[in-house]
Write a protein that binds this ligand. Structure first.
Ligand code: 8OZ
Length: 367
């Protein structure tokens, strides 16, 4: 039993940019793959998120900004009117329950299959370098496809996709947006020299490889106000596609973070290590030294337990902590942590796919 007289402010209100949080416990974006093919959330998803509204902030599951940005079946979108209306049900339910909810804007880049792309097109990427691994379609798992390199003239259209999604997120009633520049999806593919071999102004130097993430952030901040925009980075994770990290993690992400400081964003959300796997980092990488360069609020994520969160908060290393898997099976996670109550661990079979089972049927604890 954890000592519930813990001397911590993790359970106290705070502010990140313009967003008021009831506590410093954040629900991480967690893909649950329970959408129909149209990517439209409905009452089931509204119930799921409302059940978790006691989180200081919910970052909703990664959400496709366009049909081209989609790399997995059963994931939500935010490019169509129907999707906006579906998300409005979710945000209304969360707000009615007293919570705050952010939309995570997602483009998978190369990590997709022709089976998931409009007209069976090749997925797009900074360079024509194939990812490793499989993704899932309605017909089961398939290898991800060989991508094609985006033309320089197409980059403005990619930024337009983010803008359109950011505007839609606003109309859907979200409290802000998070730029998904992590986990080796499109923006992270541009950041890393392992996946970006371009020779135009979006490749080569660190300044060039960070350009797209910065331009997207700027475009989204112009729509929302920078104080309602966060960004997620994962400097060393091999997800998705077993992607090697950049050859100079400290220099690339250090430069990016320093440049992000000029926007005065609501927060930086960091995956510390390999997403949902381990906190181990390659030699020469010091993630705390990177995050310390960020001047705004910092959300730490990856394999935390309460003890680690309390300790790292006390050391001033984090402003808030994000839990993903624990929010699957503990809708009242904040209260359970606060009281030192027992936590339920969700079996892997419940993570992805299906309906209400393993999704909205996790009980709250009896205290
Ligand atoms: C798990 C399964 C599918 C996608 C990420 C959006 O890693 C994801 C994701 C996670 O950011």
């Amino acid at each position: 039993m954890i000592d519930n007289s813990l001397n911590t402010d993790l359970f106290s209100p705070t502010q990140m940019g313009a967003i008021q949080l009831a506590n410093r416990i954040v629900m991480a974006p967690v893909t649950r793959s329970r959408m129909a093919d149209d990517g439209v959330p409905n009452e089931l998803h509204a119930t799921y998120y409302a059940q978790r509204a006691s989180a200081g902030l919910i970052i909703a599951e990664a959400t496709n900004i366009s049909a081209q940005g989609r790399g997995y079946a059963m994931t939500p979108g935010i490019w169509s009117e129907e999707q906006v209306a579906g998300w409005k049900k979710v945000t209304d339910a969360v707000h009615a329950a007293g919570g705050k909810i952010i939309s995570q804007l997602w483009h998978v880049g190369r990590f997709s299959s022709v089976e998931l792309q409009p007209d069976g097109a090749a997925p797009v990427a900074p360079s024509a370098i194939k990812a490793e691994g499989t993704t899932y379609t309605n017909n089961g798992r398939v290898d991800v496809s060989m991508p094609r390199a985006l033309e320089t003239s197409e980059i403005a259209g990619i930024i337009e996709q983010y803008k359109h999604a950011a505007e839609n997120a606003k109309r859907a009633g979200f409290d802000g947006v998070e730029v998904h520049s992590a986990n080796s999806y499109l923006l992270d593919q541009f950041l890393r020299d392992s996946t970006n071999h371009r020779t135009d102004q979006y490749g080569g130097s660190i300044e060039n490889r960070t350009r797209l993430t910065l331009e997207v952030t700027e475009a989204v901040a112009a729509i929302w106000g920078s104080d309602r925009v966060g960004i997620r980075l994962s400097p060393v994770t091999p997800d998705a596609g077993n992607t090697p990290p950049d050859s100079n993690v400290m220099a690339t992400y250090g430069y990016l973070i320093q440049q992000l400081n000029r926007f005065d964003l609501a927060y930086l959300h960091f995956v510390e290590g390999a997403t949902a796997t381990s906190r181990t980092v390659p030699e020469g990488v010091d993630l705390d030294a990177l995050s310390a360069q960020f001047e705004g609020a910092f959300i730490g994520n990856n394999n935390y337990d309460l003890e680690m969160a309390v300790e790292r908060r006390a050391q001033g290393k984090i402003d808030a902590v994000a839990f993903g898997r624990l929010f699957i099976s503990n809708p009242d996670l904040v209260e359970r942590l606060r009281r030192g109550a027992e936590l339920t661990l969700a079996p892997r079979e419940s993570y992805y796919g299906g309906g209400a089972k393993g999704y909205t049927d996790w009980p709250t604890a009896h205290y």
